[in-house]
Design a protein around this ligand. Structure first.
Ligand SMILES: [Zn+2]
Length: 392
């Protein structure tokens, strides 16, 4: 029993050995540095023997025997050898905190607080190179009579290359796969596909609203108008990485190319008119040029604004890095701003685009919902473009 006045145990508490597993935890939590002066303690000097410079210091003294500082406590011998009572210190600091003349400075409270502060800081500053958790959104679509989707191995390779790891919810990977199995030539495909997307994304929207999810990885292949709709449904608050399929037959098919290996891409916006038109046509040439001969007759006479690569030809491999996609997004925002400035009455932009999948999603994402005109997105046909759906 402890003495009621002094708190000292009336029975002798012998020194308990600190188990090796506890020592390992103390060393790791302290990141190999003295918890008081931050001296680095892992400079072992021998090749044959690991010599550690750090010392295991007890906060509440190891025993109630003579010479053990801060030993007045109810703690048992085992409790005194627990991780929470131990600090990693350099030899100099250890000697100082155990000096009887300095006992007023190095109290149990002081050492408890310094240990907590040091270990918290270690935890914060070592939170680097973490693979960010992401929710996966993919599509499984019918394109030219075959079903196209991202395979599990391709998905794993692409996430790995981008330092991402799948978000799990109650042990299950949070993966939203939108099945778009209608043939793109069916007239009702647009309404059905957008309804499927909206329905599937409800689960994501709930997770975002609850604050559990803040990052999204999108692996989508579908006709351009459907992808633009998908983009418009992705919350602005989310960090989104878009992945596109490259024309290679390997697990790396959906990985972005190394930035340094890619030539720089820039985009030019050209609109030659200003006026009071309330509808305009945007020709977006990225994977191939879109000529104004392709503009449907119903749109004849509307002002035309063009977005195309600066100083190089439109081509299927133009958007091969995330920087190139960001350059497109910048060009697309400039196009929207130009429409707003030159045609302030515009309510609707008719979009005729030859673009890769990632760019189609970006076009839908970067439309400001309230302030800007609706996008009427067209699908490429044999001999031109046909209206598909409105975004916004
Ligand atoms: Zn020290």
């Amino acid at each position: 029993m402890p003495d009621a006045v002094s708190g000292k145990p009336t029975t002798f508490v012998p020194r308990a050995k600190v188990p090796q597993r506890v020592q390992v935890v103390v060393w790791a939590k302290s990141a190999g540095r003295c918890a008081l002066c931050s001296a680095y303690l892992l400079n072992g000097r021998s090749w044959f023997h690991t010599i550690l410079d750090g010392e295991m210091a007890h906060n509440v003294g190891a025993s109630t025997g003579g010479g053990s500082p801060r030993s007045a406590s109810h703690k048992t011998a085992t409790e005194r050898a627990e991780e929470s009572n131990l600090l990693l210190l350099c030899h100099r600091c250890h000697r100082e905190v155990d000096t009887p003349a300095l006992a007023d400075f190095y109290t149990i409270e002081y050492l408890t607080e310094r240990k907590r502060a040091h270990e918290d800081r270690v935890r914060q500053v070592t939170d680097f190179a973490t693979r960010r958790q992401t929710v996966i959104v993919s599509t499984k679509a019918r394109i030219r009579q075959s079903t196209v989707t991202v395979s599990p191995r391709e998905l794993a390779a692409a996430l790995h290359s981008a330092d991402l790891t799948p978000y799990t919810d109650a042990g299950e990977v949070f993966h939203i796969c939108v099945e778009l199995d209608d043939d793109e030539t069916e007239p009702w495909v647009w309404a059905r596909s957008t309804a499927r997307i909206d329905e599937k994304l409800e689960r994501l929207e709930r997770a975002v609203a609850s604050g559990r999810v803040d990052h999204l990885a999108v692996f989508a292949i579908a006709p351009i108008p459907i992808l633009a709709h998908l983009g418009s449904r992705l919350d602005d608050k989310l960090a989104v990485v878009l992945f596109g399929r490259h024309r290679v037959d390997s697990d790396e098919a959906w990985c972005w190319r190394k930035e340094s290996a890619q030539p720089e891409v820039r985009f030019t916006v050209s609109g030659d008119d200003v006026g009071d038109a309330d509808e305009v046509v945007a020709l977006v040439s990225v994977s191939a040029p879109v000529s104004e001969h392709r503009v449907p007759e119903a749109l004849a006479g509307l002002p035309i604004i063009r977005l195309f690569p600066h100083d190089q030809a439109a081509s299927r491999d133009l958007i091969s890095s995330r920087t190139a996609l960001a350059a497109f997004s910048d060009g697309w925002r400039r196009l929207l701003n130009t429409v707003e400035a030159d045609f302030p009455n515009t309510r609707r932009i008719h979009v005729l685009a030859a673009v890769p999948t990632t760019v189609a999603v970006e076009m839908g994402r970067h439309r400001m919902r309230e302030a800007q005109p609706r996008l009427a997105v067209y699908q490429r046909t044999e001999d031109g473009y046909a209206y598909a759906l409105d975004v916004g």
